[in-house]
Design a protein around this ligand. Structure first.
Ligand code: OSB
Ligand code: MG
Length: 371
């Protein structure tokens, strides 16, 4: 496979619902869509970097810069015999995993289309449906939170995650447990606490949560290990895990019992598969995180979730919770049993609507070897 063009588009789409976390309140999403082309075939990737460096250091601007100046020149014109070689080819570029992943994942989509295979077959997954969970942002009141949870449970979602921060934690969980009983429930703090909060966080133990996601700092492992020794609830790491090696260190340190995999955070599929396999070998369950993706990134996430150690429901929900309309037709939907069917067509297997992509585009660039 010799990629001859990379096309970039910066898109902005309004979110159906405001999404509030401990780090921001968002009513729209800006992201880059990458197209890679080889031999007349096209592969698509979505860069999950956001407008602000609040979840990770990367932003849409840094990703645009790094793809344009450093990634594209190393990828265009190079002969890859398998898309797993793309990540290796990008190793001289330090960090910028979201920028790398967007291009690498587009190359996997392209390779799958060239072989007329659904992407998950190339990734090594065989499931035909995946378990779906939802991530519910911080609400203006506990009543509104309860209303949201009721709506999502009625839709069939198999696990509820609520975002927490100091002042919206024990009260929020208490409300949900009181109203809905023993539903599969977890919380995500997006690094809003410090080790000084350990006694407060241990107060969550009595609610029998599936896990607490990333309670402490975004780059921390050591304090998470200390915290895990002080609470019964399993810690799951998200922000802190940037590679399979980080994960091995975190597991060795006792910093987590569960890991959230987002391919954008680790540089794409090749590293996600290594991370998945490492966790499987260590007996650590994984699940697929979400980054408010459009249908393009969402389809990618569904394919990766078919690997066997994705044994807990992911943050991969129906399109309608995020964008209306989505960039794809038909949108991604959940079945009444809380599962999402894995697209069976070639590559990511969803149909992108060019007019919708065009309408959402705020900037574009076309990169080729001659530039
Ligand atoms: O921490 O998992 C997170 C969204 C943006 C940035 C970080 C996170 C999230 C979510 C949303 O929790 C998951 C989704 O796409 O529904
Ligand atoms: Mg998270």
């Amino acid at each position: 496979m010799i990629i001859d063009h990379i096309d970039l588009r910066l898109l902005r789409l309004p979110l159906v619902h405001v999404f509030e976390t401990s780090f921001e309140r968002a009513d729209d999403r800006e992201f880059i869509v990458v197209q890679v082309r080889a031999d007349g075939e096209v592969g698509y990737g979505e860069c999950v970097a956001g407008e602000n460096p609040y979840y990770s250091a990367e932003t849409t601007e840094t990703a645009w810069h790094v793809i344009t100046e450093f990634i594209a020149p190393r990828v265009i014109g190079h002969d890859f015999s398998h898309p797993r070689e793309v990540f290796e080819r990008l190793r001289p570029i330090r960090g910028h995993n979201m920028a790398k992943a967007a291009v690498e994942m587009a190359a996997w989509d392209l390779a799958a289309r060239q072989q007329n295979l659904p992407l998950h077959h190339l990734l090594g997954g065989r499931k035909t449906a995946i378990e779906s969970g939802v991530s519910i942002g911080i609400q203006d009141s506990l009543d509104e939170l309860a209303t949201k949870v009721a709506t999502e449970l009625a839709a069939g979602y198999r696990r509820i995650k609520i975002k927490i921060k100091p002042g919206w934690d024990l009260n929020a969980v208490e409300t949900v447990r009181a109203r809905f009983g023993a539903i599969p429930l977890m919380v995500d703090a997006n690094a809003a606490y410090s080790l000084d909060d350990a006694p407060r966080l241990a107060g969550l133990d009595r609610f029998d949560l599936m896990m607490i996601e990333q309670p402490l700092d975004y780059d921390d492992v050591t304090d998470h290990a200390r915290l895990q020794r002080q609470m019964r609830t399993a810690i799951c790491l998200d922000e802190s895990i940037h590679s399979a090696r980080h994960a091995a260190d975190a597991i060795d340190a006792g910093a987590c019992r569960i890991i959230n995999i987002k391919p954008g955070r680790v540089g794409g599929y090749a590293e996600s598969i290594r991370l998945h396999d490492l966790c499987a070998a260590r007996g650590i369950p994984v699940w697929h995180g979400g980054m408010l993706e459009s249908g393009i990134g969402r389809a990618h996430n569904i394919h990766l979730s078919t690997l066997p150690n994705f044994s807990l429901p992911g943050d991969i929900a129906a399109s309608r919770r995020y964008y209306n309309p989505d960039l794809i037709e038909p949108p991604i939907d959940i079945a009444p049993d809380g599962t999402i069917a894995v697209p069976g067509g070639p590559g990511i297997g969803v149909t992108i609507v060019p007019a919708r992509v065009e309408r959402a585009t705020v900037r574009r660039a076309s990169l080729s070897g001659s530039l």
